[in-house]
Design a protein around this ligand. Structure first.
Ligand code: LMR
Length: 395
């Protein structure tokens, strides 16, 4: 049975962690996977999470099955985090399920779309998260790309994006990143969101919003601006969200897939249908991460502690953007890197070529994704000099 299986290529993101761990250079720097690190390079469990876990340990009374949708309380609170007090919630048109991480949400969304239209096309930005293509292909969808990042001018190619999306069919799905675009850090502004939402409404394609970094751009509500605007304009919408980054629950695998339907009758039908997709896949989601998040979001005190901790993460990353740009200039780099300060979230492209990326790894033990995507959260006061000197050397 297994005799003909070939080893798969290394994962472009997770493969870096393996190499990084094996590297003995004391100066090594990990700017690979999207994981927040503090200025000491650690990723500690958030204090609000520790408190919620202590609470759960004391008061949890059973471990019986939760069902394919997961915890109702978590689902309700996540929908509010995403949509605020949006009319769609008040109209009872939103249904949310808990999923094993944001990736689980994307896979279930993909399979759900495929179950309603086999082999449907989903459009993703070029570039996009390295796993989108694989997840949607595995779910049976046909993946196509629309222009997004202008590599030469280090900005959004909004005109190219809109021109491509004007050709999309009403039966297609279009994936957009709500904020902190992964990998470019380049987001739509308010006016561009307006135009995108109008186009979605006009053509009638299904927007699928990937929101994995809510709170890492400008703030929790600010980062949901485009998503909420879309929910104003279109009848149906899929939202895939993650608690990996903003709650630091990476390994606990907790995310959500939310569906917004035309009315509550349709919402009930698609809610049952998506639970069927879950049931024949992993049956039901793990409960721990959801319990932690619902405990935090259900307590004013823990929520405010979480807001504070999230702000510290957001501010530190934004500061590292400035620090990197000025440090490169200090090391005599003539190239303009100021675009990094105009981008959001954990990532930006350095804009160097594959050979230079490889030299950073081989000669300096600096690990970045092959596309030249860097995780700004891996930069610290301790490694910034070595990092910018090394970049200067490979340029
Ligand atoms: C990333 O893009 O680095 C993260 O989302 C981690 C992952 O699963 O790829």
């Amino acid at each position: 049975m297994f005799a003909t299986i070939q080893p798969p290529p290394a994962d472009p993101i997770l493969g870096l962690s393996i190499k990084f761990k094996a590297d003995n250079n004391p100066l090594k720097i990990d700017l690979g996977p999207g994981i927040y690190k503090d200025e000491t390079g650690a990723t500690p469990v958030l204090a609000c999470v520790k408190a919620a876990e202590a609470f759960r340990t004391e008061f949890e009374q059973t471990k019986i099955y939760l069902g394919s949708a997961g915890s109702g309380l978590f689902n309700e609170r996540i929908a509010s985090l995403l949509l605020g007090d949006h009319q769609a919630i008040q109209d009872n048109r939103v249904r949310t399920i808990s999923t094993p991480g944001g990736t689980g949400a994307l896979r279930i969304a993909g399979e759900f779309i495929n179950s309603s239209k086999s082999g449907a096309t989903i459009w993703v930005s070029n570039p996009t998260w390295a796993n989108h293509q694989g997840v949607f292909t595995a779910a049976g969808l046909n993946v196509k790309t629309y222009p997004y990042y202008d590599y030469d001018n280090k900005c959004l190619d909004f005109e190219g994006m809109m021109n491509a999306l004007k050709q999309v069919s009403k039966d297609d799905a279009v994936l957009v990143h709500a904020c902190c675009h992964n990998p470019s850090g380049m987001d739509l502004n308010k006016e561009q969101w307006q135009q995108f939402a109008e186009l979605a409404n006009e053509i009638g394609f299904l927007p699928v919003v990937d929101i994995a970094y809510q709170g890492f751009g400008a703030g929790l509500d600010e980062d949901a601006y485009g998503l909420r605007l879309l929910a104003d304009k279109v009848d149906q919408l899929v939202v895939c969200s993650s608690c990996s980054k903003n709650f630091g629950l990476y390994r606990d695998r907790i995310g959500a897939c939310s569906l917004i339907a035309k009315n509550s009758t349709v919402a009930d039908i698609i809610y049952a249908a998506i639970q069927r997709v879950v049931r024949v896949n992993y049956s039901m989601p793990p409960a721990h991460g959801a319990a932690v998040v619902e405990t935090i979001l259900g307590s004013e005190e823990l929520t405010s502690q979480w807001h504070g901790e999230l702000e510290v993460m957001r501010e530190r990353i934004s500061q590292m953007r400035q620090v990197l740009v000025s440090s490169l200039a200090d090391k005599g780099v003539k190239q303009d890197f100021s675009f990094i300060t105009r981008q959001n979230g954990m990532f930006s492209f350095l804009g160097i070529n594959g050979e230079q990326v490889q030299r950073l790894q081989d000669e300096f033990s600096i690990y970045i994704v092959g596309s030249s995507r860097i995780n700004l959260a891996g930069i610290s006061p301790d490694n910034i000099d070595y990092l910018s000197e090394s970049i200067a050397k490979v340029l």
